[in-house]
Design a protein around this ligand. Structure first.
Ligand code: SF4
Length: 248
């Protein structure tokens, strides 16, 4: 796809998703924690908890950690790993998440910048490099927090974003994190990339679900490769007739 065709396609997808969904920030744990606390450290902890988990379970784990220990780098550094593990168990993968949270707390408490606000002021490249050098913090976690705080304009790629991009035919099967992110960044205008990320997640959760996607009611079915390949001609014709009626 040429650069120009890509940005027309991206704007078209963005418009369709905007018309379909009203974003509720409480459904996104990182966004929610960032807006309530204003703390990049706390948003990072929330984002770690949301990996391979639902945001609902991540919020429960975050609240449990907050009540039992406190989402504070000095407090987290001073308690045994097992205690963190017990607090975050509800979000799954408690061993690796507790270890990542401990590493992050150690970094934040020794950096002289416990909330990591000064880190955000270092700019996107430096902040990303420092965050991803902390054990257990990967590019997706770093990107989610950097876009949430307006430091970076990108489309972080989670499992929903990747599935939708792949089904639309934008990326090849098995494409890695950076490949998908760069492809999506090229489609969406920089100031709309965070919104595109949240809309694609919402679409993946509600309609383009992993199992049995609801293609017949999907606002993107006229631009989707999966729909074109895996849906019968009769269904595609019926969907086109309904669409034509609406437009007419
Ligand atoms: S048409 Fe189906 S596969 Fe394509 S984006 Fe919509 S729900 Fe997903």
């Amino acid at each position: 796809m040429s650069e120009e065709a890509g940005s027309v396609f991206g704007l078209n997808v963005l418009e369709k998703l905007r018309s379909a969904y009203k974003l509720d920030y409480e459904e996104f744990v990182s966004k929610f924690v960032a807006s309530v606390t204003g703390s990049p450290f706390k948003a990072l902890v929330a984002t770690v908890l949301s990996q391979n988990s639902t945001d609902k379970a991540a919020i429960k784990a975050y609240k449990s950690l907050d009540e039992e220990v406190g989402v504070d780098p000095f407090k987290i550094s001073s308690v045994p790993l097992g205690r963190i593990k017990r607090c975050v168990r509800v979000a799954g993968l408690s061993d690796s998440k507790a270890r990542a949270i401990k590493s992050l707390a150690r970094y934040a408490s020794s950096s002289g910048d416990p909330d990591l606000k000064s880190l955000m002021a270092k700019g996107p490249e430096a902040a990303r490099e420092i965050l991803t050098s902390v054990k257990g913090i990967g590019p997706k976690t770093a990107d989610v927090v950097l876009v949430t705080f307006g430091v970076l304009e990108t489309v972080p790629v989670d499992t929903h974003v990747k599935r939708v991009a792949s089904r639309l035919g934008l990326v090849r099967e098995g494409a890695g994190y950076e490949e998908v992110r760069k492809t999506l960044d090229a489609l969406f205008p920089a100031p709309a990339r965070h919104e595109a990320h949240l809309l694609l997640i919402t679409h993946g959760r509600r309609v383009c679900r992993s199992r049995r996607p609801l293609c017949e009611i999907c606002v993107l079915n006229d631009v989707c490769r999966f729909f074109a390949i895996h849906t019968s001609t009769a269904t595609r014709n019926a969907v086109s007739r309904v669409r034509a009626k609406r437009v007419g």
